[in-house]
Design a protein around this ligand. Sequence first.
Ligand code: COA
Ligand code: AMP
Length: 626
Amino acid sequence: MTYQSEYQASIDTPELFWQQQADAIHWFKPPTKILAKDEHGIDRWFVDGELNTAYLALDHHVLNGRGEQTALIYDSPVTQQTARFSYSELTERVAVLAGALRDMGVDKGDRVVIYMPMIPEAVMAMLACARLGAVHSVVFGGFAAHELAIRIDDAEPKVVLSASCGIEVDRVIAYKPILDDAIQLARHKPNRCLILQRPECECELLPQRDLDWQRLVKQSQPADCTPVMATDPLYVLYTSGTTGKPKGVVRDNGGHAVAMNYSMATVYDMHPGDVFWAASDVGWVVGHSYIVYAPLIRGCTTLVYEGKPVKTPDAGAFWRVCADYGVKGIFAAPTAFRAIRKEDPDCLLAKQYDLSALATVFMAGERLDPPTYDWVKQHLQKPIVDHWWQTETGWAIAGNHMGLEPAQPKAGSVTRPSPGFDVQILDAQGLPVARGEQGSIALRLPLPPGCLPTIWGNHERFINGYLNTYPGYYVSGDGGMLDEDNYLFVLGRTDDIINVAGHRLSTGEMEEVVAGHDAVAECAVIGRHSELKGEEPLGLILLKDGVHIEEDELRQQLVDRVRQSIGAVASFKQAVVVSRLPKTRSGKILRKVLRNIANGEEYQPPSTIDDPTCLQEIEEVLRPLK
Ligand code: COA
Ligand code: AMP
């Protein structure tokens, strides 16, 4: 099957196409209805099928002779530890943890929040929930208590799973105080917290609420896999929207399992027994899809790496891991390679390792800038595949499908749409533009399996945020262009979401936090170009009348505030005071103009600008910034 025929089949006869892909996984009850509308009129896949995602990822392989194969490798340069778990071992560990959760009252449909560092127990926690048909919601460890509290209130978990600490290079980050603060802040109180004590920093357990992970697991019996409907939720993963409140992207079981298995073969060319390494974090969608579910469902070996691309201990870390474990496919954000290039410009460290098993380098999460592409290509001499996707879709909307065709890159393009994704470029009226013209990237409905069917607890937000803009389409929030060969070029967000080191962040949320400072009358937070992280946030601050405060002192207070409220991951480090913010006559801040000025780009103030004279001051303030 070539890419073109596969793609065409997926668009011409989607039900037949996806039925064939569904046949590749094990169902307790195979679906007979492949595509149907739910009560909200949303397309749902495999609606009468029954399965269990953890069964597919674990038991199925054990029962089919893969029990001895390594399922998961843990490599932790920050604790000097490594470990391997075979499919049999991982199945047993997950079954017992599921038993412990069941003893804590967790049942099918209940939510469980997981706030953990990159250790194997985080993966076990996700799979244990899946085993019970419970819905996990993993919160990235770099988020602060307030963010965790927002997610706890929205997901209303019965139980929270956490660890005493995470380790950031050489710093121990105590997680338990963050969890305690979050539960204090949250309206919803979980019944129980199961805490894994790590030797680097043991924590106090609250007598009525907290349980010791190791102790409970020792007393627990394994739990069986609970069959769930294909449309039942597997997880909720929060991602940044344009407002302060994150959106709970819902992933179902059936469509997701089919998409994971299919994409692993088609996008990544990974097959049972191959070693795949997504150098991300289980707190992000990349981690959900390609550290946990896809490699395991496909029968590959996955890697949990508790370290950084640099400093743990050096810029050779990625190459060392690839060589040590015979990694066939690595997936990371371009920022990781920029960090490596900064420390090892001639990529000398790569020469110290045997990278012969490495077939392809995959990148996503942010724009792959040509210098980074060229540098990796030059030094590794391997295919480099840029692919574009979102938390909402759960797998690549577009890429170079290595399981279907060799790498055929075009500079600056994420290659062609994945089978199942009918990518269109629309103008402001929702009409397709001509080839080569820019517009809003939209996906013609139905979305393929694996994509979100709703926002947790807020279906209106799903409809209004994604489906109402252009009837019949899902709007991605990215702008772009398709060329005459159907190659897609992603040109960046059309909203106020920024991408910092591959992490998707809401400037609107940062504005809410900054505006909460007593001295601040009004503010705008925009994304400024960063050599290392792609973008970094910058706050423009308008002080309240009569307030006098040293600018450095204010900046430090605002930086602390964002760190306390959102987390270190926001990388909010710069804020400048201005006397006016450019606005339209109706009072809307002209963020695009601010972005253009901050990034030294040409700009045209819109005719609706209220007072163009304020732009001069903004230019003077922003120009000297480094
Ligand atoms: N728990 C606690 N804190 C965390 C954290 C976690 N899981 N992850 C990050 N942080 C903290 C960092 O320690 C840092 O804190 P600091 O400001 O006190 O130094 C802050 O959040 C920002 O972290 P990060 O964005 O990782 O920046 P960095 O300067 O520490 O490292 C890179 C830069 C490029 C090495 C790093 O961003 C990286 O590895 N990026 C890969 C991106 C990636 O995996 N993206 C996932 C999508 S594919
Ligand atoms: P997230 O939901 O965190 O995965 O972020 C999704 C957003 O990241 C997309 O909407 C894009 O703006 C950006 N993004 C992801 N992959 C790419 C890519 N390969 N090229 C350009 N932007 C990307």
